[in-house]
Design a protein around this ligand. Structure first.
Ligand code: HGY
Ligand code: MN
Ligand code: MN
Ligand code: MN
Length: 405
């Protein structure tokens, strides 16, 4: 069984890096915080007997040879966070995978397949508004032009990679093809496991996120001298569109739509807003339903824009298809959950994960660990040690099953 004391202390130590005064995590890609966190994860990987290296985009990889020349099994997750994030999102997946490999080494088990534990670069997309650059690179889908995307201070991903000290290498060198399976353990970030009174779950599929940016242009004018019926107020129009977005999404459960970022220009108390920019994150496990929601929002926004003589630009930040988890891996996970004496609960993931990038490339399986009150992307994010231990042991047994040991 895994060593929960070691895993818990590693989780605690990693969570000290990038922690802000109110206990939230700010660990963004290609920053000093991430460099420090990478150093710690490298150490854990080496202690687990893994040989450590970085690929062309900066994924941190711990590798263990297999007894036979077989396709590789990938374990992974991410250590970057959302702004003011929690201590388990992503970090649990990387550290639990390392703990499983450490336990395999201590138990003197020689796996047939080679294994790579990957700490994927920039899963959240917090800094550049374009997530999963690490897993896209492994899937071979990251394009050179994607690296031109910039953060709020105008630094491109490419420049950030150079500043981070990454050796320049062709992205293709990081693509992995001969892969047997990708396994990820992650906190659920929702309330299904808790409402079913279980600590772990088998993931059936991952909802795909569509991120759009709306930019509305009106006319900044004097708040006191401009009559109400002669305004081109970008913020009032945006508020109507955002209210309608919520109404539309509520018609199609379990699909969701979220406005997470917004800027107002010139942002003065006594100035009618001339420009407003906001993001919408639309998710569904059903791609056609998501596209339908997207069209309905765009149509409504177009109507409001024309009526109020404003200018609207809608740009796509990312569009990731939903993915179904592999049936055989789900069976291995379900058997492993039973093996540790737990009841099997299977559920879709509303949150996005690196495994989506491997759709139609190699089989994906995910194990969920209960989130207390379903809270995540919040400093209050919490998963209990006993559930983390169960989930990590399920990952251990699932890896042995997938390996055929
Ligand atoms: O956006 C997500 O679902 C994940 O946290 N990257
Ligand atoms: Mn997240
Ligand atoms: Mn995550
Ligand atoms: Mn993930």
């Amino acid at each position: 069984m895994i060593n929960m004391k070691r895993l818990s202390s590693n989780l605690e130590d990693l969570s000290k890096i990038g922690r802000n005064p109110n206990g939230g995590m700010n660990r963004f890609s290609f920053t000093d915080e991430e460099k420090e966190a990478n150093k710690l994860v490298e150490q854990y990987m080496e202690e687990a007997g893994l040989s450590v290296y970085y690929d062309a985009v900066g994924n941190l990889i711990g590798s263990m040879d297999g007894a036979e020349n077989l396709p590789v099994i990938l374990l992974g997750s991410h250590i970057d966070t959302v702004p003011d994030g929690g201590k388990y999102d992503g970090a649990l997946g990387v550290l639990s995978a390392i703990e499983v490999m450490h336990t395999i080494k201590e138990n003197g088990i020689q796996l047939k397949h080679p294994v790579r534990v990957i700490s994927f670069k920039d899963e959240e997309g917090s800094r550049f508004g374009y997530g999963m650059i690490g897993s896209r690179t492994v899937a071979g889908t990251l394009k050179a032009e994607d690296l031109l995307r910039e953060d709020d201070s105008g630094i491109s991903i490419q420049q950030a990679m150079k500043n981070f000290g990454l050796k320049e290498r062709p992205l293709e060198s990081a693509k992995l093809v001969n892969v047997k399976a990708y396994l990820e353990i992650h906190i659920e970030q929702g309330k299904v496991l808790e409402s079913n009174h279980v600590g772990v779950g088998n993931v059936t599929g991952i909802a795909g996120p569509l991120w759009l940016k709306f930019h509305l242009k009106g006319l900044a004018e004097h708040a006191g001298a401009t009559p109400m019926n002669q305004r081109h107020d970008a913020l009032t129009a945006a508020s109507l569109i955002i209210a309608e977005t919520e109404k539309i999404a509520k018609q199609f459960p379990p699909a969701v739509a979220t406005v997470g970022k917004m800027t107002i220009k010139p942002n003065g108390v006594n100035v009618i807003p001339g420009e407003v920019e906001w993001t919408i994150d639309i998710r569904s496990i059903d791609e056609s339903q998501r596209n339908n929601i997207e069209q309905m929002i765009k149509q409504f926004a177009g109507k409001i824009t024309t009526k109020r003589e404003l200018e609207l630009q809608v740009s796509e930040l990312q569009r990731i298809a939903p993915v179904q988890c592999d049936e055989d891996i789900q069976t291995a996970i379900q058997e492993s959950i039973r093996e540790i004496g737990e009841e099997v609960v299977s559920l879709p993931s509303g949150a996005g994960h690196d495994g989506m990038q491997f759709k139609d490339r190699f089989p994906v399986g995910m194990i969920f660990v209960k989130s207390v009150d379903g809270i995540s992307h919040n400093p209050k994010e919490l998963s209990l040690e006993k559930d983390i231990e169960k989930g990590s042991n399920v990952l251990y047994h699932t890896l042995l099953r997938v390996d055929g040991t």
